[in-house]
Ligand binder design. Sequence first.
Ligand SMILES: [Zn+2]
Length: 263
Amino acid sequence: MIKALLVLVVLSCQVFALPLHWPVPGGVAVIPIGVIESATFNGRPVMTLSTADDAYAVIGLPLSTQPGEHELVVGKRHIGFTVLAHEYETQSLTIKNRRQVNPLAEDMTRIARERQEMDQAFLHFDREIAADTDFQTPTVGPQSSSFGLRRILNGQPRNPHSGMDIAAPEGSPILAPAGGKVVAMGNYFFNGNTVLIDHGQGLITLYCHLSSIDVSMGDNLAPGDAIGKVGQTGRVTGPHLHWGVSLSNARVNPALFLKSEQR
Ligand SMILES: [Zn+2]
C-alpha cells in the first residue's frame, strides 16, 4: 500500500527535482512557501529550494517526531503542516561478533569520538550552497534492509535502522548520487570504512562498510564520481552498502530522494 501511495505522490510532483513529500517520522515534508526566506523547524535551519513554479521548504523529520500538527517558521510566517503516523516493522538480526553488539569499555571512547565526528558533519548547514536533491542510486543491487526497521540485535533492542541497505557484491563501485563535498571519513567501529558527503543546506549522505575508499577529505565530487567500493567492514552480516541520508540532522528515508524507478 505504501508503494502505491508513493507512486501517486511521485506522479504529482515528478516535474520538480524535489524529494518526495512523505510527511511521516523519518520522512520529508515538502511545503510550498511562495518566496524564499530563511526557514526553521523546531529551531533547526531548513532547506529552501526554488523551482520554475514555486519555492519550497524541505523539512527532514526525525524518526522521533510525534505525529500530529507541526509548525514551520519562514521569515515571520508560521505555516502549519501535519505529520502522519507510520508503523515501521521489527527486524531481528544475529551478529556473530558480540563485541559489536555489546562493546567493551575501551571501545566506548572510540565510538563516542566517531559519533562526534559524524554529528559535526550532520549539523553542518550552509544556506549559500544550493542543495542538489536529484539523486541517482549510489550502487546497484537489491534493498536488503529498509529504512526505519526497529532493530533487535542478538535479542537486544537497538536504534532503528537509519538508512537503506543495498546488497551489492563486494567490490561493486559506489558512485556519488549528486554533487557534494567529502566532509568526514574514517574506519569507524560500527560503520566500518565510512564516507560522508555534504550536498548543501543540511543535506548530508553517508556510505558505510566500504572495502575501500576512493576519495580524500575535502574532495569536491560531481554526480557519478567514484566514492569507494562495497564491502563488509564494521558491524555487518554480509557485504552491502549502508546508505544514509540526513537532512537538518534528521536521518530520513533515502528512497525519497531517488527517482521512482530506482526507489
Ligand atoms: Zn544499514
